[in-house]
Design a protein. Structure first.
Length: 217
């Protein structure tokens, strides 16, 4: 199983995926990393792991379709079975999502369908949520709207800061994202446009664990 990881920034999820690959827990190889920013700190993790990295700099592309075309070219050069959005801060166009449908996964820092979009930790605090978390889901043209696969929840404490809550959620992202990739690599997970199947059965709702619980086999 050949995976490509798309990043835009810090790259801690990329780091977790690379660690799982190194430990032979990913079920496949990360054959390329593509960043939408030339200065993404996460590129350093690719370099350290000896993983080929490319930059598709949105600010240097004439328009949206030029960016998509360049990104698609870089992705296709890697011949991936799976494309992982790991903090990739670009909205994907319908055409792009359709081109790669059945092989796109995203990790999002909320218990979807709650808190789609940005600043999820700040909004969880502002809205008085007592439980928060993260989700791995299949990608569809609707932003953060694709079929949900695996979620990890964390408590929100009364004296939480955005940074503390974000760090608590991030630890869980690092746990669940490689785990779902493993399911895909092992041929257990099928991504369809409107549903996902695990071991041949459609998931009616995402599998959800707490931070303390082990992940399901
Ligand atoms: C993560 O919280 C991810 O869920 C969100 O952006 C953040 C990226 O973090 N989409 P990193 O670059 O993987 O450290």
């Amino acid at each position: 199983m050949r995976a490509v990881v798309l990043i835009s920034g810090r790259g801690s999820n990329l780091q977790a995926l690379l660690a799982a690959e190194r430990a032979r827990d990913l079920g496949g190889d990360i054959v390329g990393v593509i960043s939408s920013r030339a200065d993404a700190p996460g590129l350093h993790h690719a370099g350290q792991a000896g993983c080929p990295a490319a930059i598709v700099d949105a600010s240097k592309c004439a328009d949206r379709s030029a960016f998509d075309a360049e990104l698609a070219m870089q992705i296709d050069a890697c011949e991936p079975d799976l494309i992982l959005l790991a903090g990739f801060m670009r909205i994907l166009t319908d055409g792009f999502v359709q081109r790669y449908q059945r092989r796109l996964l995203n990790v999002h820092p909320s218990l979807l369908p709650a808190l789609r979009g940005l600043h999820t930790h700040r909004r969880a605090l502002a809205d008085g949520h007592t439980v928060h978390g993260c989700t791995v889901h299949a990608v569809t043209p609707e932003l953060d709207g694709g079929p949900l696969i695996l979620q990890a929840e964390v408590p929100v404490y009364p004296d939480d800061t955005e940074a503390r809550l974000a760090a608590r959620v991030l630890r869980q992202e690092h746990r669940i994202f490689p785990h779902v990739v493993r399911w895909f690599a092992d041929g257990r997970l099928q991504l369809e446009p409107d549903r996902v199947l695990l071991d041949g059965r459609a998931l009616e709702r995402p599998i959800r664990v707490t931070a303390e619980e082990p992940l399901p086999e």
